[in-house]
Write a protein that binds this ligand. Structure first.
Ligand code: ADP
Ligand code: MG
Length: 254
């Protein structure tokens, strides 16, 4: 195993009385592509949101790049991060949601350059050049000046991916990035994700696209009821699942 980029140890998380994550242990190595699968309500989005500082864990420990998420260590003391520090940390992680969440009043190019210029305070011309290259990489070099409403769902999601990449993230989180798309648009988004994986990006992908998981994942985690029931290579999970719950889930997918 390569050095873990993300490490979770006995993570727990509740919303009121509902325990959503129950002592979850997992790791993601550098350059690894991990697909997180499981029924609706099993805690997949919550786990991603904890990694990206959108939720706080109640128990256990979560590390990104060896640093405790949400805390700063000074000597042997831990201090909770303030809002500004959290924003800096969150900017190191790209996240792509089911809904594309583009800024509707901005063109594709403006969407991609906004955060690097306004949050990272980087040089505008340099950012614009990089953004054009990123939009080319996701196949949208001819859509720089298009607004979201002028783009298909698949194109919007590819802009969202380019926008996340513009921050030069060390880790990309995808939460059902193709679930809101018409079936004929799913392939173009998965193709971009395949390319990213091939380029060595560390990725955690929540998906119902089992073929994508089969082909692209280094490891598949099956989650149910707030626990990771089983994990292994795609061959192990899809070919020879050990747990009844995994078998039941996969057979329901048909
Ligand atoms: P998944 O992504 O696997 O479908 P989620 O992580 O979104 O699952 O949700 C797990 C459980 O936590 C669900 O029962 C959901 O209703 C609940 N939940 C998620 N977010 C919140 C929240 N902010 N407040 C209360 N309950 C929540
Ligand atoms: Mg979810």
């Amino acid at each position: 195993m390569t050095k873990p980029t993300v490490l979770g140890q006995r993570i727990s998380k509740s919303f009121g009385h509902l325990q959503v994550l129950r002592s979850v242990d997992f790791h993601v190595g550098q350059g690894e592509v991990v697909c997180l699968v499981g029924p609706s309500g099993s805690g997949k989005s919550t786990l991603l949101r904890c990694i990206n500082h959108l939720e706080k864990i109640d128990g256990g420990a979560l590390y990104v790049d060896g640093e405790l998420v949400g805390y700063r260590r000074v000597g042997n003391k831990l201090y909770e991060l303030g809002e500004a520090e959290v924003a800096v940390k969150r900017a190191e992680i790209g996240m792509v949601f089911q809904r594309f969440n583009l800024f509707t009043h901005m063109t594709a190019l403006q969407n991609v350059i906004e955060a690097p210029i306004c949050v990272q305070r980087r040089n505008r011309q340099e950012v614009v050049d990089e953004a054009k290259a990123l939009l080319k990489r996701v196949g949208l070099e001819d859509k720089l000046a298009s607004y979201p409403h002028q783009l298909s769902g698949g194109q919007q999601q590819r802009v969202a991916i380019a926008r996340a990449l513009a921050m030069k993230p060390k880790l990309m989180l995808f939460d059902e990035p193709t679930s809101a798309l018409d079936p004929e648009l799913v392939g173009e988004v998965l193709a971009v994700m395949r390319g990213l994986a091939a380029d060595g990006m560390t990725m955690i992908v929540v998906t119902h696209e089992m073929r994508f998981a089969q082909e692209v994942a280094d490891r598949v985690l099956f989650m149910d009821g707030g626990v990771i029931v089983e994990q292994g290579s795609p061959g192990q999970i899809f070919g020879a699942p050990q747990q009844e719950r995994t078998r039941a889930f996969l057979s329901r997918l048909g």
